[in-house]
Design a protein around this ligand. Structure first.
Ligand code: NAP
Length: 246
């Protein structure tokens, strides 16, 4: 589905990003695995993909740093001369009550989840505009749509990603670029490892499909939007939450 496409997945060292990079490579894309801290995990994924006879490379960049992002896109331009798909997946979740949320938590969350999405989209769209095509998929969250106590900043960052997505879709459509967001519900990754068992069970009882989602559940929808199957979808937010009834 992605033969000859160059696909950049930010935060691909684990979780949803890793599953997305893997499924894109299995669909014959050349996958660029972005990571920040987890070099070993990124290298493991790159080796796994290459051992399957598929194409992958890896690149370190903190998506919240403009210098890093600029250097990452310069290296992509130099190596591939194009970028077909950008998946803005890198994200963090730090939960706390409003009164206990400090400015460091606020800046780091907004810096990675929102500024990172903005920076990567800006540099990617520069390449995509010139080639007259491109797909950008941003990771939002159902928490950004519904809100949740103890998650004001995370929720705000993910709600902002929705507004950003819809506006970028309107602005970039004339260049043949689609921009969409995915809003996952509860997905089994490192991000939710600290949720206590009783809260997790309560959350699960509200999911109509009766299970927590897997990274692959989300990756399959990202693949749809990245491929020709999603060519006339833009400015949308697709919820992937197994029908969570809260
Ligand atoms: P995860 O397992 O914690 O993985 C997060 C990834 O982001 C890691 O690969 C990490 O790489 C990368 N990352 C963090 N800070 C970065 C930075 N500054 N620059 C570049 N990469 C960075 O999380 P996940 O659950 O897969 O989440 C992926 C996305 O889905 C996030 O945007 C998250 O908000 C969203 N989401 C997740 C859920 C869920 O239930 N899991 C629900 C809704 C939305 P390094 O370790 O290399 O830094």
């Amino acid at each position: 589905m992605l033969t000859d496409k160059v696909v950049l997945v930010t935060g691909a060292s684990r979780g949803i990003g890793r599953a997305t990079a893997l499924i894109a490579a299995e669909n014959n894309a050349h996958v660029i695995i972005n990571y920040n801290k987890s070099e070993e995990r990124a290298a493991e994924l790159m080796d796994l993909i290459r051992r399957k006879g598929l194409n992958a490379s890896m690149i370190k960049a903190d998506v919240s740093s403009e210098d890093d992002v600029k250097a990452m896109f310069e290296s992509i331009k130099e190596e591939h001369s194009k970028l077909d798909v950008l998946i803005n997946n890198a994200g963090i979740m730090r939960n706390n009550l409003l009164m206990l949320t400090n400015m460091e938590m606020f800046d780091r969350t907004i810096g990675i989840n929102l500024k990172g999405t903005f920076l990567c989209t800006r540099y990617a769209s520069n390449i995509m505009r010139k080639q007259g095509s491109g797909r950008i998929i941003n990771l939002s969250s159902t928490i950004g749509l519904k809100g949740n106590a103890g998650q004001t900043v995370y929720s705000a960052s993910k709600a902002a990603v929705v507004g950003f997505t819809r506006s970028a879709a309107k602005e970039l459509g004339r260049y043949g670029i689609t921009v969409n967001a995915i809003a996952p519900g509860l997905i089994e990754t490192n991000l939710i490892k600290d949720i206590k068992t009783d809260i997790r069970e309560k959350m699960m009882s509200n999911i109509a499909l009766g299970r927590i989602g897997t990274p692959e559940d989300v990756a399959k929808v990202i693949l749809f939007l990245s491929s020709d199957l999603g060519s006339y979808v833009s400015g949308e937010v697709i919820v992937v939450d197994g029908c969570q009834m809260m």
